[in-house]
Structure formats: structure tokens, C-alpha cells
Design a protein around this ligand. Structure first.
Ligand SMILES: NC(=O)c1ccc[n+]([C@@H]2O[C@H](COP(=O)([O-])OP(=O)(O)OC[C@H]3O[C@@H](n4cnc5c(N)ncnc54)[C@H](OP(=O)(O)O)[C@@H]3O)[C@@H](O)[C@H]2O)c1
Length: 390
């Protein structure tokens, strides 16, 4: 294990949940020297995810407190650990002290959660900042871009080979894919990934104000979930273009980017047909948090609306925290694929909304309050962690 550089403090501030539905707090955590295959990063930016709210207000999978927050980090490498057992990996040899980097972190981890001024990360979770982006632009990308890859491959079974073979067309390129909640952060990355890999009949469900921008990200047709007749509009469209899949369902693949029992799952029970695969972002939100309302979540999708799905619909709960079970993605997704797609302009970062506050704690609390009031629409909340730039 490397020693800490003299300029790095032995402890540093971290945003933590200490009790459910109580104000967030700052605690000092030890700065952990990087071990084999790890790097120490000074964190200047993080971004919020609805998971922060599910944790803080619903105690979702919070087994102990204080619980360090933050699923993303962006900052500067300040120390490198060893090269990892079995020799140098490609990820290790990419990184140098002084590099600007970003990544999808494991919240709850005392050394890796993103909302603290120093994080110690395994190198496979670290992307180098491409020259065309700032850290503040990049920090909101990896969590949900990784989610898009995981849901499309692990849950829907669609192929995303890397690198994309020259002249490759997916065997299922013409099949319909329905992305419900396409203006969410997850949804916007799902659209961009499907477009790049050649899936050309992707339908998006989002508020009407987002339809033009979603078409620019690859949606073939858009539907407004705020219209009472949206289910019939989608079914009518699917019926008009049926016949794309030789012997299968007319709508084989559905991504529910929201996972709301009444807002998304109930309408999808009327749309999915035998043979449809439905990937649902967990947790299912039975009741959304608000100032006065304790939220209710469900991690087992089979317990939601049982008996209302048609026989033969395959509903899976997406859990991106397990994406590294795919060894190829573990090695290549954050180290190589994410920064390459950003550098090539294949994937555009979500629009950022900067959350202000005089202190780290104030910014963290303000961001959580915005999530609770459901004020996020077509954007990502981004906020400073360390006050000083490197
Ligand atoms: N389990 C996992 O692996 C995993 C990974 C990532 C995210 N998630 C979960 O997925 C959910 C979405 O995350 P996110 O970061 O993408 O959220 P987000 O960007 O904060 O979501 C906000 C968007 O949700 C849309 N929305 C809300 N209700 C909707 C409905 N009934 N139909 C269609 N769109 C609706 C709104 O669209 P309009 O602006 O069009 O109104 C808004 O733009 C969260 O609950 C998160 O925890 C799970």
C-alpha cells in the first residue's frame, strides 16, 4: 500500500446519512492510501442520483449509519497504488498522478462514495477525462451510462459489441424498443447507446417539451405520458408497424427508466405482450417521498402488480451495482468505452443544473431537497465537493 502524499490530509470531510429523513451531516473519514490496482483521487465534483433520496428518505439498502453518499466523482489523481496482482492491467497503465478523472462510485463505501473530498477507487471504475469535456460536464455521465449498457445487455439481451465491428448491423436492428421515461438521465443514455449500435426503431415516452431533443438523441417516435390516451397511442403505433419481428412479439423490448408503480408499471402492464422483455429500474417506487410523505419502495419487481402482467411477459429488475459481474464490462466499460464515446461525441452528457450552497453540506442538502420535490426534468444535478480546484 502506498503512503499518502504529504499534501493529502489523513482525514477529510464526507457527506453522510445519519438517520432516515433527518438532515444530512458531514463527518471526517480517514483518507485511505491506494492499494494494488487502486488510485487516490481529490474530488472536486459529484452529481446527484434519485438513489440519494431513496437512501436518505426511505433507508433503501442502508444497513449501517453513518452512510457515505455519492454515486459519482470527478477530480484529480493524487496517488497511484500498485499495479494489481498478476501484473499491470491496461487500466493501471492509463493513469498518472495529475490526471483528471471521473467515475461511477459505490455509495455507502467509506473509501469510495463520491460525496467526499478524497476517494480511493479501483482503477476499473475510473475514466480519464476526454479533452472535449470539463469535470463538471463529465461527472453526471457514468452512473447512468453504465446503467444503460447494463440494462440493454443483461436485462433485455440486446447486443452491444465493443468495439463496434466495421459495418455491423444488429441482428435485431429493426425490432421496436420502447423507452418509457426517456427524458430521465437513464433514458437519455439508453437512447444514445441504442442509436450508436444501430437500433433504429426506438420509441420514447416523455413530456412533450422533450420530444424534439429526444428525437435528436435517436428516438424514432415520441409519446407524451401526460396524455390520458398514451397507452392507446402506443398500442396503435405498434399495430401500424407490426410485422418487423418474424415470429415474436410486436414490442419485444421495453425499458422502464422510472420504475413507478402507478406512473410507469401500470401502463406498461397494458402494453407488454407475451414474449416482451421489460427492464425496470429498481427500486419500484410505490409511494414517492415528499416533505410530508415517507416513501415506499419495493426491490422485488415480481411483487408489484402481481397478476396484472400478461402471461409470458418477462419483467426484470435492473440492478446496475452488479454490472461488474460481466468481466468484459468490468475491464472495459469505465476504463475505455465511456471516455471514448464521450470523446467521439457519440454520447452527449445530460444538461447540467448546478446546485449552489456556501458549504459542501449545504449543496448536498439543497440537491436532496430538489430530488424530493421532483424538480429534476431532463437534466442532472451537479455540485462541488472540494472547494478548491487542483
Ligand atoms: N437499479 C438501477 O440499476 C438504477 C440505475 C439508475 C437509476 N435507477 C433509478 O431509476 C430512476 C430514474 O433515475 P434517473 O437518474 O434517470 O432519474 P431522473 O433523471 O432524475 O428522472 C427525472 C425524469 O423522470 C421523468 N418521469 C417521472 N415520472 C415519469 C413517468 N411517469 N413517465 C415518464 N417519465 C417520467 C421526468 O420526465 P419529464 O421531464 O418528461 O416529465 C424527469 O425528466 C430512479 O428511481 C433511480 O433510482 C436505478
Amino acid at each position: 500500500m502506498a503512503a499518502l502524499p504529504a499534501s493529502v490530509p489523513p482525514t477529510h470531510p464526507a457527506v453522510v446519512i445519519t438517520a432516515i429523513r433527518q438532515p444530512l451531516e458531514i463527518t471526517n473519514l480517514p483518507t485511505v492510501p491506494p492499494g494494488d490496482g487502486e488510485v487516490l483521487i481529490h474530488v472536486t465534483w459529484t452529481s446527484s442520483s434519485p438513489l440519494d433520496l431513496h437512501r436518505a428518505d426511505g433507508g433503501l439498502l442502508v444497513s449501517t449509519t453513518p452512510f457515505p453518499m455519492g454515486s459519482s466523482f470527478a477530480g484529480t489523481v493524487v496517488a497511484l497504488g500498485g499495479r494489481g496482482r498478476g501484473g499491470a492491467s491496461s487500466a493501471d497503465s492509463r493513469l498518472r498522478v495529475g490526471d483528471q478523472v471521473f467515475g461511477f462510485a459505490m455509495d455507502g463505501s467509506a473509501e469510495a462514495a463520491g460525496a467526499q473530498t478524497y476517494v480511493t477507487q479501483p482503477t476499473w471504475r475510473v475514466s480519464k477525462l476526454p479533452p472535449n469535456l470539463t469535470l463538471a460536464e463529465a461527472v453526471g455521465v457514468p452512473t447512468n451510462l453504465v446503467t444503460a449498457f447494463h440494462a440493454i445487455t443483461a436485462d433485455l439481451g440486446l447486443e452491444l459489441p465493443w468495439p463496434v465491428p466495421q459495418g455491423w448491423t444488429p441482428p435485431r436492428a429493426d425490432e421496436l424498443v420502447l423507452v418509457w421515461g426517456a427524458a430521465s438521465s437513464v433514458g437519455m443514455y439508453v437512447l444514445q447507446v441504442l442509436r450508436h449500435w444501430g437500433y433504429r426503431n426506438v420509441l420514447a415516452v416523455a413530456s412533450g417539451k422533450h420530444h424534439d431533443s429526444l428525437k435528436a438523441l435517436g428516438a424514432k417516435e415520441c409519446f407524451d405520458y401526460r396524455n390520458a390516451g398514451v397507452v392507446d397511442e402506443i398500442l396503435g403505433y405498434v399495430e401500424r408497424v407490426k410485422g418487423r419481428v418474424a415470429n415474436g412479439p410486436k414490442l419485444p423490448s421495453i425499458v422502464d427508466c422510472i420504475g413507478s408503480k402507478e406512473g410507469t408499471l401500470r401502463p406498461l402492464t397494458k402494453i407488454a405482450e407475451p414474449g416482451s422483455n421489460v427492464a425496470v429500474m429498481l427500486p419500484v417506487i410505490n409511494v414517492h417521498a415528499s416533505e410530508d410523505q415517507v416513501p415506499e419502495y419495493e426491490m422485488d419487481v415480481s411483487k408489484v402488480l402481481p397478476g396484472e402482467w400478461r402471461e409470458g411477459v418477462d419483467v426484470k429488475g435492473t440492478r446496475t451495482h452488479f454490472y461488474a459481474r460481466n468481466e468484459f464490462f468490468k475491464e472495459h466499460l469505465q476504463a475505455e468505452i465511456v471516455p471514448t464515446l464521450l470523446e467521439q461525441g457519440v454520447v452527449q452528457p445530460n444538461k447540467q443544473r448546478f446546485v449552489e450552497g456556501k458549504t459542501l453540506l449545504e449543496r448536498a442538502q439543497n440537491a436532496l431537497n430538489l430530488l424530493r420535490s421532483q424538480a429534476v426534468s431532463g437534466e442532472k444535478l451537479v455540485w462541488r465537493v472540494a472547494e478548491e480546484e487542483d
